[in-house]
Design a binder for this molecule. Structure first.
Ligand SMILES: [Zn+2]
Length: 327
């Protein structure tokens, strides 16, 4: 596919480079007289491309809010701003909104939609002066709230149709089955830990849950109905409740606890329960079918999966390109 496709839509993805010529993460969308960065680090003053807004879809590190949050031109949901401040211990300097709000970003009307990937995760959508509608998804768990669009800018974390690990369903029943006192769940502090608490509470378990300090603060600060939580101050002391810590800290807990990792991966020492923050390749394909974009640009993550998904989309009749294919 030629870049002419983007020119016709009146919106051009740009990749910023470092002084050494390496590509900076993610992309800047150029349209009319605007440059909207999507999930990138901040520009330095002497860089050729200085975005007029930094859209931050959510607070995971590989979406670079840690850097963008220090710009007054950053834009993210209230929960994402809070999560960034808690995770990185810095003050968020930009603009915030409630997910679902339509906001003014430098004169452009931008709509926002939940994606249920993490607390605060959201998609952005706007129209340029030639009537092209763009939707930027960030990482996704659920696309059902997203609008139809002409240009879809999305992820492919599990986008390789030839890879069996890109097909999965959440094993909520599997997690519910193991819930009892004195078990430990390995879950990343931001995203997975809150999903675990949500599933545990929905299953009717309202006893105290013990969590490592970061998970505890994030869950308490971001979830309004998290129920009773307790911060772990000493790992090797006995924990008679359900305990949630990052996967790499499970071995610090007493040996008599039953331990599980909430993951789709199979390379952990402890048994895995498949609970994912993402949709699988079937979900990604269904999203493209549903939103009917003229072009899909796959901007995340690094690695080969965006290219694999773009190739597959093109094969089945949807125009798609991976960011790595853009010069
Ligand atoms: Zn993410």
């Amino acid at each position: 596919m030629e870049h002419g496709m983007f020119r016709e839509l009146g919106i051009e993805p740009i990749r910023r480079t470092t002084k050494r010529g390496n590509y900076r993460p993610h992309t800047v969308l150029s349209f009319d007289d605007h440059l909207f960065a999507v999930d990138t680090t901040r520009s330095f003053k002497n860089e050729p491309v200085i975005p007029d807004a930094y859209l931050i879809t959510h607070a995971h590190s590989d979406h670079h809010g840690k850097s963008a949050m220090l710009s007054p031109d950053s834009v993210c949901s209230k929960e994402t701003a809070l999560a960034l401040e808690m995770r990185f211990n810095k003050e968020y300097k930009g603009h915030t909104f409630e997910i679902g709000d339509t906001i003014d970003v430098n004169g452009v009307e931008v709509s926002t939609y939940p994606t249920h990937h993490t607390i605060g995760a959201c998609a952005f959508s706007w129209e340029n002066s030639s009537g092209t509608t763009v939707a930027v998804t960030g990482d996704l768990k659920d696309f059902s709230h997203l609008p139809k669009c002409d240009l879809l800018v999305t992820e492919a974390n599990y986008g390789d149709p030839a890879d069996p690990s890109c097909y999965f369903e959440d094993d909520v029943a599997g997690l519910e089955q193991v819930l009892e006192n004195n078990i430990a769940l390995g879950a990343y502090a931001f995203g997975k830990a809150q999903r675990a608490v949500d599933i545990i509470r929905q299953s009717g378990w309202w006893d105290e849950i013990s969590m490592d300090s970061m998970s505890y603060r994030l869950t308490k600060g971001l979830m309004c109905d998290c129920g009773p939580l307790k911060e772990i101050l000493e790992y090797n002391a006995g924990h008679s409740t359900i305990t949630i810590v990052p996967p790499w800290d499970l071995n610090k807990l007493p040996g008599n606890m039953k331990k599980y990792v909430l993951t789709g991966r199979q390379d952990y020492y402890y048994p895995a329960i498949n609970i994912s923050d993402h949709i699988d390749v079937v979900g990604l394909m269904n999203m493209v079918k549903e939103l009917q974009p003229e072009v899909t640009l796959i901007y995340h993550p690094d690695g080969h999966r965006p290219l694999k998904m773009a190739e597959h989309l093109n094969r089945v009749g949807y125009s798609a390109i991976a960011l790595s294919e853009l010069m």
